[in-house]
Write a protein that binds this ligand. Structure first.
Ligand code: ATP
Ligand code: MG
Length: 411
């Protein structure tokens, strides 16, 4: 409201737009707030001490209040007719928009938004909602519909296909038939999207509490192949049952954790989604020529090379992801002091959750081990060292008498 009123008082038009309006009308809490205005980015920048100009492809102002960022974007025109433009929209030969800084009227701004329900503007002058694209009708009927010609809109920006799948899951809407039908054939256009942008989209797709249904739709529309190419191939195979089950469990667990307000990390998510690919690379391990550690490092490196050609993963997540993988065989060796050292490892909890996941998905031979670690964590330090002494002396695992008092987070 502060941003809207400051812009209005300075003589500009300013509207709340996009997900903020859509979610408020649906009675849910918006994730963030976007504002559209006829003020140019420099003018917005001059009005707010806490503003910063960002973006090349899409130049806009970020106005910051503590941890909250309000995005303020100048009305834009659709590409191509840029009479009043300040900066011509730059379009590739294939119709992709590379730079989108052609300023225009509010109505033009509405036309270049993605879905009708995202093209609603809230006007603080008279508390009305301005609707150029019949978004209110679609909103009331639960329909996600692209504005304009779907084929052209996907060609301009193929990421809109991913946004379609994301909003369907988030809002519980269905795709309008003409919005849905071109997706399968046009999915391949995602191959041209920079891996860094796809990384941002992948996080939004899988970290919002609807990962499983999103994933199923991504597969159904042939989009997953451009996000997790190796995994997608393995899941398609007729002998891919275990991995289909594994990924399903991982995503269901992620969704449950999000709903319960628990912490989730992209490292665990990538560890799970890339596990099928990593295991496939590891299958070529020649035990006579290579140590297990070297083989695991090589398999992880191959997996990451193939993956980051499609979707980049920052090191702060790919390193812990690899640690989760490397810890898996180490969890098998739980005798003596090793167990205590592993328990203190900063990646222990994630690695243990990952082990449970493998067990849940039906991997053989992990039941006793999973139970052992579950019990072991609940002992106090004296009990742990007693147990590890016993297991060291006897040379085999002993079960503790204590019962589990809580469910492990991933069970
Ligand atoms: P949420 O914030 O809940 O993910 P949102 O609809 O607000 O959903 P944002 O990514 O915040 O999505 O974008 C804000 C608005 O900008 C959208 O509602 C839409 O109007 C417009 N927009 C965003 N990305 C695109 C795009 N790729 N093509 C066209 N319009 C877009
Ligand atoms: Mg938003």
């Amino acid at each position: 409201m502060k941003v809207l009123y400051r812009l209005k008082d300075a003589g500009f038009d300013a509207y709340l737009v996009g997900g903020g309006v859509r979610d408020l009308l649906l009675g849910c809490e918006p994730k963030d707030f976007d504002i559209a205005t006829n003020a140019h980015p420099d003018e917005v920048d001059a009005l707010f001490r806490n503003a910063r100009l960002v973006g090349r492809r899409f130049r806009l102002a970020h106005v910051r209040f503590g941890r909250e960022i309000i995005e303020v974007a100048t009305f834009r025109a659709p590409p191509g007719d840029g009479e009043a433009s300040v900066d011509k929209a730059l379009q590739k030969g294939n119709g992709r928009i590379l730079r989108d800084n052609v300023y225009g009227s509010m109505e033009e701004d509405a036309e270049r938004r993605d879905f009708t329900v995202n093209g609603l503007y809230y006007n603080i002058r008279d508390f009305s909602v301005v609707d150029y694209c019949d978004g209110l009708t679609d909103l009331s009927q639960g329909i996600l519909r692209l504005i304009g010609d779907p084929v052209q809109r996907y060609r301009e920006d193929p990421v809109r296909m991913l946004r379609a799948v994301r909003f369907v899951a988030k809002l519980g809407f269905r795709l309008a038939p003409e919005t849905e039908s071109p997706i399968h054939d046009m999915a391949k256009l995602l191959a041209d999207i920079p891996p860094a942008r796809l990384y941002e989209e992948v996080l939004k797709l899988f970290m919002n509490g609807q990962a499983l249904s999103t994933f199923e739709n991504l597969r159904r529309y042939g989009l997953l192949a451009y996000l997790f190419p190796e995994t997608d191939k393995i899941l398609d195979r007729s002998d891919g049952d275990f991995y289909r089950c594994f990924v399903t469990h991982a995503l269901r667990n992620t969704d449950t954790r999000v709903r319960e307000g628990k912490h989730i990390t992209p490292a665990f998510l990538f560890a799970a989604l890339l596990w099928p690919a990593r295991q496939q690379h590891l299958a070529g391990w020649n035990r006579e020529q290579q140590t297990e550690v070297d083989a695991m490092n090589e398999a992880a490196a191959k997996t990451l090379t193939a993956q980051t050609a499609a979707v980049s993963i920052p090191k702060r997540f790919s390193l812990p992801m690899k640690e989760i993988w490397v810890m898996q065989p180490r969890l098998l060796r739980n005798s003596g002091q090793r167990a205590i050292r592993l328990l203190q490892h900063k990646r222990f909890r994630a690695a243990y959750d990952f082990l449970l996941l493998r067990h849940q998905a039906g991997e053989d031979g992990l039941q006793e081990l999973a139970e052992w670690w579950t019990n072991f964590q609940e002992l106090n330090e004296d009990e742990q060292s007693t147990l590890t002494r016993i297991s060291k002396n006897s040379g085999r695992r002993k079960k503790t008498k204590r019962k589990r008092s809580h469910n492990p987070s991933l069970s």
